[in-house]
Each structure stands twice: as C-alpha cells, then as structure tokens.
Design a protein around this ligand. Structure first.
Ligand SMILES: Nc1nc2c(ncn2[C@@H]2O[C@H](COP(=O)(O)OP(=O)(O)OP(=O)(O)O)[C@@H](O)[C@H]2O)c(=O)[nH]1
Length: 201
C-alpha cells in the first residue's frame, strides 16, 4: 500500500461555511442549531481515504474568514496541493472574496489545484430567491481560472464527500504515479478536465 499526504486548505469569507463543510466531511454532522462561532486563526483536521492501492491522508486546514486574520490565512495555503475556496450562495459579497483568494493562489501557489465551493445549497433549494450568486456567473469564472466547481450543503451533506473525493483523485492523477505506470516509465498527465458538480437542483 502506497501512503501519501495531501495538504488541503479552506479559504473564503467569514460566515461562508468553511468550518461546517469540514465538520460534515470529517464527522458527518452539522451543528446548525448552535450559535455561530467564528474561527480564530485556523483549525486542522485529518482524514484517510483509500483509492485503489493508495492511502491518502488528507490534512485539511480550516482558515479564519475574517479579514483580520488574512495575513495568517496566507501561511496556511503555503505548500497546499488543493484549495477549496468557499462562497456563500446566499451572500453576493462572498464571491468577491473568492476572487481575492484565487488571485493570491495563482500568484503565490501556482501548483495548487483550485476548487470553488458554493455553500448552503439547502437554503437556495428551499427558497430560490435566497440565491444571490448566479450559477452561470460562477461556472464561467471557474472555466476562466481552470477550476472545478461544487455546490454543497453541509446541512444535508449534498456533494460534500464528492468534493473531497474528487480532490483526492485529482491529486493522485497529478502527483502519484501508479506502480504500473512507474514500472513502464510512463509520463503522467495532469487530469486537465474540469468538472462542475451540482448534485441536484
Ligand atoms: N443552512 C445552512 N447553514 C449553513 C451551512 N453551512 C454553514 N451554515 C451556517 O452558516 C454559519 C457560518 O458557518 P461556518 O461554517 O462557521 O462559517 P466559516 O466560513 O467557518 O466562518 P469563519 O470561521 O468566520 O470563517 C453557521 O451558522 C452555520 O451553521 C449549510 O450548508 N446550510
């Protein structure tokens, strides 16, 4: 069994749903009934996932969205192989913050794969008027920057596992040669193809 580590960072505006996304993925729970508590500094969680003959340990950094902690958040994306840049589907200003983080990553962490994540999908499903960020605007932007896009709900769990599994698969395809490919001395190609995930509308 081949073991590899994968560093992932969560970025995005405060109240954007990063911590909830991580908790849904790690512990399969959602504490929507508890009062909101902003992340201070950063939090860390880890999860192992197995893909064929590879065991990937994902180390996931949940950064604080408040601009007060911006300088600190920059520390956490260093060396990250994937960044999940979150925005709240019910808050238009959160998408402006996405652009800030994408520019940062493109400038300082070129090799980091970027995943755009529209959070709180359940709210826009309950009431379409809650959607403040047009789906096509985000897919156009994802195309422009060469990113994958997911719309998730930490309340229902929609698309959360799919997001992290996609990251692990892209990472393996990009960075971890399979034993067969290694033996045959093949050159690996990056996954290239982007995908947009919106499990149901
Ligand atoms: N309905 C619903 N509420 C959500 C969802 N995700 C997060 N929330 C709520 O949105 C609020 C903010 O969520 P957090 O996960 O704490 O946001 P954050 O991005 O970690 O915030 P910072 O720590 O300030 O950066 C909380 O009250 C959550 O319960 C979701 O998928 N659906």
């Amino acid at each position: 069994m081949k073991r590899v580590d994968l560093k992932i960072v969560l970025l995005g505006k405060e109240y954007g749903g990063k911590t909830s996304l991580l908790e849904r993925y790690l512990y399969d729970h959602f504490h929507g009934d508890l009062p909101y508590q902003n992340t201070i500094g950063a939090a860390f969680g880890a999860k192992k996932i197995q893909l064929d003959d590879k065991q990937i340990t994902m180390g996931i950094w949940d950064t604080a969205g408040s601009e007060r902690y911006e300088a600190m958040s920059k520390i956490y994306y260093r060396g990250a192989k994937a960044a999940i840049v979150c925005y709240d589907l019910t808050d238009s200003s959160s998408f402006e913050r996405v652009k800030f983080w994408v520019d940062e990553l493109k400038k300082f962490e070129e090799d980091c794969m970027i995943y755009l994540c529209g959070t709180k999908k359940d709210l826009v499903q309950e009431d379409r008027q809650c959607r403040k960020i047009d789906y096509h605007t985000t897919t156009d932007y994802a195309d422009e920057i060469g990113a994958n896009l997911f719309e998730t709900s930490s309340k229902t769990g929609e698309c959360v596992r799919e997001l992290f599994t996609q990251i692990a698969m892209d990472f393996v395809n990009k960075y971890v040669p399979s034993s067969k490919e290694k033996n045959e001395d093949l050159i690996l190609e990056s996954p290239g193809k982007k995908s947009t995930f919106c499990c149901s509308s």
